[in-house]
Design a protein around this ligand. Sequence first.
Ligand SMILES: *[C@@H]1O[C@H](CO)[C@@H](O)[C@H](O)[C@H]1NC(C)=O
Ligand SMILES: *[C@@H]1O[C@H](CO)[C@@H](O)[C@H](O)[C@H]1NC(C)=O
Ligand SMILES: *[C@@H]1O[C@H](CO)[C@@H](O)[C@H](O)[C@H]1NC(C)=O
Ligand SMILES: [Zn+2]
Length: 592
Amino acid sequence: MVSLPLDDNSGVSTIKSYFKSLKEKASEKSKVVVAGGLAILLTIIILFSTGAIGYLKIALQSIEDVSVCPLSEPLAPASFYKDNTTVLRILNDEKFRLKSVQKLSGAVQIDTTIFDNQPDVSEDPKVWEKFADFHLYLQTTFPTVFALLEVEYVNTYGIVLYWKGSNKSLKPLMLTAHQDVVPVQKATLGDWSYPPFEGHYDGEYLYGRGSSDCKNVLISIMETFELYIEEQYKPERGIVAAFGFDEEASGIISASKLAKYLEKKFGKDSMYAIIDEGVGLIKDASTGQIVAVPGTGEKGYLDVKVNLKTPGGHSSVPPDHTSIGLMSELAYLIEKDPYEPILTTKNPILKYLQCSAVHSGDKLSKFTRKTILRAGFDKLANSKVVESLTANPLTRYLISTAQAIDIIKGGEKANALPESVQLIVNHRIALESSVDETKSRFVSRVKTIASKHDLGLESFGETILEPTTKGNFVVDYSSNALEPAPVSPSDDTVWRYLTGVVRHVFEDLVYPDLEYPIVAAPGIMTGNTDTRYYWNLTKNIYRFSPFFSNDMMIENKIHSVDERVRVGAHLELTAFFYQYIQAVDTPDADNK
Ligand SMILES: *[C@@H]1O[C@H](CO)[C@@H](O)[C@H](O)[C@H]1NC(C)=O
Ligand SMILES: *[C@@H]1O[C@H](CO)[C@@H](O)[C@H](O)[C@H]1NC(C)=O
Ligand SMILES: *[C@@H]1O[C@H](CO)[C@@H](O)[C@H](O)[C@H]1NC(C)=O
Ligand SMILES: [Zn+2]
């Protein structure tokens, strides 16, 4: 476990010696001053004994220094100053808007629903044929893109588009999105305002499954390519687009293979950056200001299953605890002891808060801002911030491992002792932790119950407690585990270009009347995207779809009834891609 950098108290000793010398000076002079010195000493004692010195230090913290979260300068591609008509057309032209609606609506109309645990394409090609329809749609809607770019199909339906750059020594930029969508629950069909695969446009929103997760991203990328081709754009830096087709079922069948293909073709650390789906611009809940939140981290993932087998028998002569009772005791122990929150400088959330603290003006109280600024190295300040994040269920799990007992199965008959019980616990692992740490904590709890009741325990193939006649636990994975993702940089040139273009697009073009700069602050994804397979390709991975949304759940209704996207938001995203690709089309955009 990464421990919190502790306060070394050097500040305290400085203050101590300052007061000590004050006291010495005082004793040389008059009694009145001595009394004054004693009063100060007394104050110090009180300060130490109540921990008030910590508060004093917070109060003395400066909030002037913005170096913890420097603002990127707005950054437009050079072409913008020569001719800005295309980007303005994307954002404001009614004809462009309607064409765009048509393209996205058509994509939504093709049902590309994916379910869990499907067979591979080679095992059961029929299951996947709907993606052939989707390909045909893309090929006929964007014929110039398929004609001009190198196209590769990976595991039949994964799509890689490659636009070669003229300068081979520049790493390509990689854009990703997925073709699949989550199922629509039959029972909710009647609740949709418009049928989920109609792609209905009501003049403001486009409705339908996939409209904001994330056929909008895929279509934005394609529309951008199409515009470039019309304009005979010739990139220096290559551009790669990769579209998986089972992201909503963990990407096992597509993104995992796209990753292998890309690593083989381009090599390790071969991409300039990867921009995948994610949150874009939101209104910060505490400051009310619009902020851009590129996802720089993802929590880890672990499903553990534990089986308990005990001797059967007639329930007229039961033991004190049946396997169901024993498993319940384990469940009770697990829930009684949730994971402690932890917030270190490793977690993008700390930087996110610090960005709010230095850039939100008076929207947050001075004391709050000062506390946040010290939270990376000051124990008291850290505990205050952790306390307030933990109090809110929406932010609590940004800083702690989540554990949820999601499945329990056991028992066959009302008069027979249960011989086998199974429990499955889902974990979303905090950035400071690891799969191993989570496993061993889980096993230690099983061991507590096993020891208490004289049961055997086998854990991930290893015998921890010898089998007994009373019963035996077996702990194992129930799906693929995933470490927390490496945190992407939020202080390098790649980040500066990304967030500089966001400022340009949203401050200059989308919200020209905004009275404050758009601050970019890193965030973490609560789920995992296809980028879980792309760690080898670059350290600059951003889960980021820059369009404004009040809330991806409430406004866009992702995975829910009436999923929709504001068409204005779709155009913002296209405008962003159009400006960003050009802005990074230079060696200047590289990390030095
Ligand atoms: C677009 O270019 C025109 C002509 O150069 C200029 O007058 C206008 O201010 C520009 N618009 C923006 C939003 O920069
Ligand atoms: C190609 O990119 C490299 C940086 O990787 C740069 O030094 C070189 O000048 C570029 N070549 C051209 C023709 O722009
Ligand atoms: C990343 O690279 C490591 C080391 O070469 C390799 O074992 C791993 O399979 C790669 N990851 C993916 C997702 O391809
Ligand atoms: Zn998605």
